[in-house]
Unconditional design. Structure first.
Length: 371
């Protein structure tokens, strides 16, 4: 980048270099001394002699950067370029939202991100339903978690639609993804509100799950070290190799339960070696997280990397240790706490791909008398 620091011809190569460098700085949690040039460049993004695809890439990187820096209002101009989906009459170019005097209008809500995004951002759905009570909301969501949102939302003006039934959507006046509600509801980092929905979620305990609960010992935690392998960020900026957890398994006064799906033969062998109870094969067969929630409510806490599990547990007000990579996503911030989840205990890498300090800090927490 030094070679191009005074480069003023904003052609395709330089723009790609500038924004790719910004992305790399985020992953390695490095200070980007060219960051201000990005903010300046974005003022005239539409006039640059670059392709539409490249402009959209820049908008995505810029909006994510603004969220990371807690400049939520600046991210609003292009926030619809994050977690978008496409379909008939749907694209990130024509997202829109209720107008002040609307009545009997319908807003289609969806999210192109992961399940964790839906748990985290669903707090804004309540605001929409209450603020625009003379209108309707249709929320399009994964089939396996549709039960969750049908359970917690009792507003008369919302309809939960599983993806498998999306053909039932006949009409909507507006549409947007959940993340863009930050823009439409004028949310800033300082005005984020946290809601513990544990009391609103009614989950019955199956006989199979009850047998698990009957065997839970004192000081037991759920451990999760990976999420959806299809997520492009999973391998290098989310998951942890299970071997890093061996020091946890050796703690004499702490017990572990694993509910992670799709574990490898090597991971299964390691869990067996340390006598870790594994239930991922037998629970949540029809409804994602249904049995897991019952188990979470009966353990001392959750220990997980950045997957959907901590978003769920924190939304339910359950004690949660979040194990984070050096270049973790914007929502976790650069501090020890986040307003998204005020009670979350965030343990972040100090070196890229090195988990030792994270595990050591976790052991200190778990070994303290008040843990």
């Amino acid at each position: 980048m030094e070679k191009y620091k005074n480069y003023d011809t904003l052609d395709s190569f330089f723009v790609d270099l500038l924004f790719s460098f910004s992305n790399a700085c985020s992953i390695f949690n490095r200070v980007n001394k060219y960051e201000q040039k990005i903010f300046s460049l974005m003022k005239n993004i539409e006039d640059l002699p670059i392709t539409t695809i490249q402009k959209n890439f820049c908008k995505h990187i810029f909006s994510t950067l603004c969220l990371k820096r807690k400049k939520y209002k600046k991210s609003g101009n292009y926030i619809n370029h994050i977690n978008y989906i496409t379909g008939p009459n749907i694209s990130y170019d024509n997202m829109s939202f209720f107008q002040q005097d609307d009545k009997l209008k319908t807003l289609l809500l969806y999210d192109g991100g992961g399940i964790g995004d839906k748990f985290m951002l669903s707090r804004f759905i309540s605001i929409v339903c209450k603020t625009y009570k003379n209108n309707r909301v249709s929320f399009l969501v994964n089939d396996n978690i549709s039960w969750f949102f049908q359970n917690i939302f009792d507003y008369s003006n919302i309809e939960i639609i599983p993806y498998s039934q999306k053909h039932m959507i006949r009409h909507f006046d507006y549409h947007c993804n959940l993340l863009s509600l930050i823009k439409y509801l004028n949310i800033t980092y300082d005005t984020i509100t946290y809601q513990n929905i544990n009391d609103r979620l009614n989950v019955s305990v199956s006989d199979k799950c009850q047998r698990i609960l009957d065997n839970i010992k004192p000081k037991t935690y759920i451990l999760n070290w990976k999420g959806n392998k299809e997520n492009p960020h999973e391998k290098h900026n989310r998951m942890m190799n299970l071997t890093n957890a061996i020091p946890l398994f050796k703690l004499k006064d702490v017990n572990w339960i694993v509910v992670t799906k799709d574990i490898s033969p090597q991971e299964r062998k390691l869990l067996k070696k340390y006598n870790i109870d594994y239930y991922g094969d037998t629970i949540d067969q029809n409804k994602a997280f249904y049995d897991t929630i019952s188990i979470m409510r009966n353990v001392d806490g959750i220990v997980s990397t950045d997957t959907s599990l901590p978003h769920l547990s924190l939304t339910l007000g359950i004690k949660t240790f979040v194990l984070l990579t050096l270049g973790c996503e914007w929502r976790w911030g650069d501090e020890k706490t986040t307003k998204w989840y005020p009670d979350a205990i965030l343990l972040k890498q100090t070196k890229f791909k090195i988990w030792k300090d994270v595990i050591d800090n976790l052991i200190n927490y778990l070994s303290s008398p008040v843990s």
